[in-house]
Write a protein that binds this ligand. Sequence first.
Ligand code: 5GP
Ligand code: MN
Length: 339
Amino acid sequence: MENLAAVKELLASPKRVAIVTHFKPDADALGSSLGLAGYLRKKGHEVTVITPSDYPDFLAWMPGHEGVIALTKTNPEPGRKAAALLATVDILFCLDFSSLNRIHELGQKVQESKAVKIMVDHHQEPEDFAAFRFWDVQSASTAGLIFELIDLLGEKALIDIPIATCLYAGLMTDTGGFRHNNTRHKEFLIASELVARGASPHDIAKNVYETNTLERLRITGYALYEKLVVLAPYRTAYIALSAKELKKFNAQTGDLEGLVNYGLSIRGIKMAVLLYDRQEEIKLSFRSLGGFSVAELARVHFEGGGHHNAAGGTSKESLEKTVEKFLHLLPRYQEALNK
Ligand code: 5GP
Ligand code: MN
């Protein structure tokens, strides 16, 4: 990281710190945030983690999650608390995102904050809003970057079981259980260090992947049986779910996580997409194999971005219009998808 010495100096005396991560945080977003929070607290800092929305139930076991300030549409109180903190903290960490639209209404508050901002992230094309950044697109996870940062600060010894557990959870999920093509030797080295410090691969995998509700399995079954569309000429598979369908299955935050990957598991498929109506906007999830960049597709057409083979975006139009727009784009990419 550039200016490591300055960051070290900044953290040398107790400070008031806020950590913000992205809307609908996944295990990497929440795990990196809670892992960093645990470390900073051990250093004597006063730390609060803020999320712009709620987070999935299957993350509600992570050490320290009870203290998170999670904004909700129904109760203005957490939003007020978060705004007051952002306006007064000394240091503001931004983890697992690098474009301010990913934190919705908190974006403006972060921009206006006088705190020293430190971004730690691994997504493509970061915006320039932080004084310091520890940014690496090669890294599979932000949690892994937090481990590296603690290591660079010379303080690996402070990593205890709760910190190791949170960081391992982020590393595990962002590599798809060490299966995605972002899994390098380094991810295993970091995993090994975390396991050495008490992270339990089995317990963490069990907590994240095997605590489904029956509803979640049912909506997965419905989506695969009734809604999965394969477009062979474009080597593309997609699923579109309306707000009505989500309601019918009582879908909760996180219930659709991982669903997009089923499309990509079909032989010959190069791109899989999940589109769903989460009321305030249409959310799109993209996955691809090989040379086809879904980050670019998401960036150019759906106000999004992410990684080469895993990206996301949003649309303010209706679900039908968004699906239509997506389908109209495909001929343009036919050649690239058939390479
Ligand atoms: P997912 O499809 O699992 O929500 O996200 C896939 C990847 O794309 C993740 O790394 C995620 O952080 C990123 N991503 C998801 N949605 C958006 C978005 O709206 N904008 C940007 N820039 N990245 C996104
Ligand atoms: Mn991540």
